[in-house]
Design a protein around this ligand. Structure first.
Ligand code: ADP
Ligand code: MG
Length: 229
């Protein structure tokens, strides 16, 4: 594609995302300011609105954190020999207590033929953290979380399926997953899958979603073993 066109499209995206960030941060800022004014004027006790102010500040913090992940320059993608299965076990361990408490049964099944791949462990961790977090949130209680990994020798790809028995998502909404600020959750940022998609692509991979309402969702991540570019 023509370099100039590519660059102007990139600029358009940046502009749109910047406008989105400004908007998403302005809302909680406006309400924090309003509540602080009430508190300072003595019309409300600090305790009354303190938790709202705190949760609005947490929201701003979450948005800024997600974008700081993205803002890291591309050079920082450091490809080292990586054992994907170790990474997935590491991420699942982070959620172990939460799953046990919530009655979520975690099952894994990895193809013994999965080779190490040149990849970026930090990005992989973030990718799987974001996907597993969504899977747990989709279940809102007891359920099954299943992670299956396969090696596709013909394509030299590793394919990972992360399945949940959660509430699922409509086909017309699936298309919007990964769009900045697309969320169906009251306290969502709609940024997790944007970061995840960008990271998967930066590693030469793809991400797909398959879902059935009230039945569950499977997220499929495909990663190349050899980088041909
Ligand atoms: P957030 O989790 O803050 O809403 P994400 O970017 O992580 O933002 O996800 C965007 C949206 O994609 C979610 O709000 C949800 O509607 C949908 N989604 C992602 N993963 C799943 C899943 N496993 N099951 C159902 N819906 C999902
Ligand atoms: Mg999320």
């Amino acid at each position: 594609k023509d370099e100039l066109i590519a660059r102007s499209e990139q600029f358009e995206t940046i502009t749109r995302v910047a406008a989105g960030i400004a908007h998403e941060i302005k809302n909680p800022l406006t309400s924090i300011k309003g509540f602080l004014q009430l508190m300072m004027s003595g019309e409300a006790s600090n305790g009354q609105y303190g938790d709202i102010v705190f949760s609005e500040l947490s929201r701003i913090e979450a948005i800024v954190n997600e974008f700081m992940l993205l803002a890291k320059p591309e050079q920082e993608v450091e490809l080292v020999d990586t054992n994907l299965i170790d990474i997935i076990h590491y991420v699942l361990a982070l959620f172990r207590a939460q799953c046990r408490q919530g009655g979520i049964k975690v099952t894994t099944d990895f193809d013994a033929a999965i080779p190490d791949l040149p990849s970026d462990p930090k990005r992989l961790k973030q990718i799987f953290i974001n996907v597993v977090k969504n899977a747990i949130e989709a279940m809102e209680g007891p359920g099954d979380l299943t992670v299956v990994g396969m090696y596709k020798a013909d394509m030299d790809d590793v394919v990972i399926h992360i399945s949940d028995s959660g509430k699922g998502i409509e086909p017309e909404k699936i298309k919007r997953i990964g769009e900045p600020f697309f969320t169906t959750k009251e306290k969502g940022t709609g940024l997790g899958m944007m970061v995840t998609t960008k990271f998967v692509e930066s590693l030469g991979g793809t991400i797909r979603y398959k879902s059935k309402i009230d039945d569950g969702t499977t997220v499929t991540i495909t990663l190349p073993v050899l980088h041909s570019d």
